[in-house]
Design a protein around this ligand. Structure first.
Ligand SMILES: [Zn+2]
Length: 114
């Protein structure tokens, strides 16, 4: 499961940040997960729950913010959200698109007990 290795590196970052702040407990974690990130949020949540035992985040609450796939058409300059992965401008039919959001996969927020 690909999500497990993502969670492992996430925990490395989290623990490092907590250490910097001198905290021994993480209480809340918020992740941004883009539609194009290749990560399934449900798998990420179960990987997180599996991994957090015996870490400083063992009772941390995890929230995932889904980031939609937003594109801008390079031909007509329109910005739109794509619900499926058909990369065609709904307005002019152009395939020359730029991805604005949807590739995100990062730690947006973390709350520590100090
Ligand atoms: Zn267009």
């Amino acid at each position: 499961m690909h999500e497990l290795s993502i969670v492992a590196s996430l925990f490395e970052i989290m623990e490092e940040k907590a250490q910097e702040k001198g905290s021994k407990r993480i209480i809340y974690v918020k992740l941004q997960v883009g539609k194009l990130s290749g990560v399934v949020p449900e798998f990420l949540i179960s990987a997180f729950d599996m991994y957090k035992k015996d870490t400083i985040a063992h009772d941390a609450e995890l929230e995932i913010e889904d980031v939609p796939l937003t594109i801008q058409c390079k031909t007509c300059k329109k910005t739109m959200i794509l619900d499926d992965f058909v990369f065609i401008c709904v307005d002019c039919g152009s395939r020359d698109l730029k991805t604005l959001t949807g590739k995100e996969l990062f730690l947006e927020k973390m709350e520590l007990e100090l």
